[in-house]
Design a protein around this ligand. Structure first.
Ligand SMILES: Nc1ncnc2c1ncn2[C@@H]1O[C@H](COP(=O)(O)OP(=O)(O)OP(=O)(O)O)[C@@H](O)[C@H]1O
Length: 384
């Protein structure tokens, strides 16, 4: 089991992860979701001892990664598929990792077979496609036959067949009783792969629930109602009548109305009684992707000026669906905005005293399977 308690990471003035507490249990795939820049990779790096938390802690089976005996055989990770020496063949890359972790060389061919790279095992990694690179990274993660597996965006660059393969692999690893923690920013993919979800936005926990509960809470139906174009008066009249009848009405971008709280026949009766003609009255189901986008819409760092999210308006958001208050530029611990209706943190600890000195940079000892090249990934990186 992975357990994070009050996990916080600051890079100078930037808070990448704030007071994150969660558990990742064995035997199921746990999806780790969040928009770009929400802190998923930073959290994974802290789990793997590659980044030192500014506050809080995270353990695997009760111990921090660095104190795990024989860590590379207990924990496997895919963090950055490009973290491969391009001049090495796939087999040599895996052999080097196996040697470093005391893993028998015969395991290399086993994992090459599992990920379907036997044919290209003697080809240099620099000639690999993105998808082949992902497969090689997954092979590296599986090398030590570990109980705990972390995958950061494992389906990046994979074709539909590859995506299906990863999905089935994750599930079968979990079915063997392993702890499988998979990050993604694709809700639709996670809904098919994971049983449990941890959703973060701007480094904060936004949801920690089973996929089943997430679906139950977010896939409420609604009706789309459209009055004839150019008859604004009819639209307003209908809106007022529907609200009076107990419905919730939200305008959609194309001029239609999104109505919740009233069954379709009732909407039809209300329109008839109000003497408003309808061009459309259709049942709809809010998609999980949409629910996720709504949940995280206030926590998106990077957004296109043409982002359709601007048009998404939550009907009656649950407390955890409330958008985050705008984060102050420096996100100091003491003035961190509290989420409206923030759920009590079951692992909450009293706030730690401010650090006297900046935390020492990590001194890598036992690195995860993908670590050798990955260790350099953030060294000179300031902000992406
Ligand atoms: N070494 C660093 N120095 C400064 N800021 C950093 C560093 N690493 C990460 N950050 C910042 O912390 C925030 C979280 O980044 P992180 O990479 O963890 O997010 P993410 O959820 O994995 O994003 P993505 O989905 O895009 O990979 C971002 O704003 C990023 O710019």
């Amino acid at each position: 089991m992975i357990e994070a308690v009050g996990l916080t990471k600051r890079y100078g003035a930037k808070t990448a992860v704030h007071n994150l507490s969660f558990q990742v249990r064995p035997g199921t795939v746990t999806g780790f979701l969040g928009p770009n820049g929400s802190g998923k990779s930073t959290t994974m790096r802290m789990i793997l001892g590659l980044d030192v938390p500014s506050a809080g802690h995270v353990t695997i089976g009760g111990l921090p990664y660095r104190r795990l005996p024989n860590a590379p055989r207990k924990v496997g990770a895919l963090l950055d598929a490009k973290a491969v020496h391009g001049g090495r063949t796939a087999r040599k890359h895996l052999l080097a990792l196996a040697q470093h972790a005391g893993i028998p060389a015969r395991r290399v061919d086993e994992v090459l077979g599992v990920v379907g790279l036997q044919e290209v095992a003697n080809k240099r990694a620099k000639g690999f496609s993105l998808g082949m690179g992902q497969r090689l990274g997954i092979a590296a993660a599986l090398l030590g036959d570990p109980e705990v597996l972390l995958f950061d965006e494992p389906v990046n660059g994979l074709d539909p067949e590859g995506i299906l393969w990863v999905r089935n692999l994750m599930k079968s690893l979990a079915a063997e009783g392993r702890t499988v923690f998979v990050s993604s920013h694709l809700m639709s993919e996670m809904a098919l792969t994971a049983e449990h979800l941890i959703v973060i936005g701007r480094g904060q926990l936004m949801a920690d629930m089973s996929v089943k509960d997430f679906i139950a809470a977010n896939s409420a139906g609604f009706a789309r109602v459209r009055t004839p174009d150019g008859e604004a008066e009819g639209r307003e009249k209908l809106t007022a009548a529907l609200v009076e009848a107990g419905g919730q009405v939200l305008p959609e971008q194309d001029g239609a109305l999104r109505v919740t709280g009233l069954p379709l026949p009732r909407i039809s009766d209300v329109a008839h009684a109000a003497d408003v003609r309808l061009w459309e009255l259709s049942p709809h189901q809010a998609s999980l992707e949409e629910a996720y986008m709504r949940m995280t819409q206030g926590a998106v760092d990077y957004r296109s000026t043409a982002d359709p999210r601007a048009a998404l308006q939550p009907p009656a958001p649950a407390p955890w669906q409330q958008p985050l208050a705008a984060a102050p530029p420096d996100w100091p611990e003491s003035s961190y905005p509290v989420l409206p209706g923030e759920r009590p943190n079951p692992y909450a600890q009293p706030p730690a005293a401010p650090p006297q000195a900046p935390p020492a940079p990590p001194a890598p000892q036992a690195a995860p399977t993908t670590a050798p090249a990955d260790l350099t990934k953030r060294d000179s990186e300031d902000a992406r």
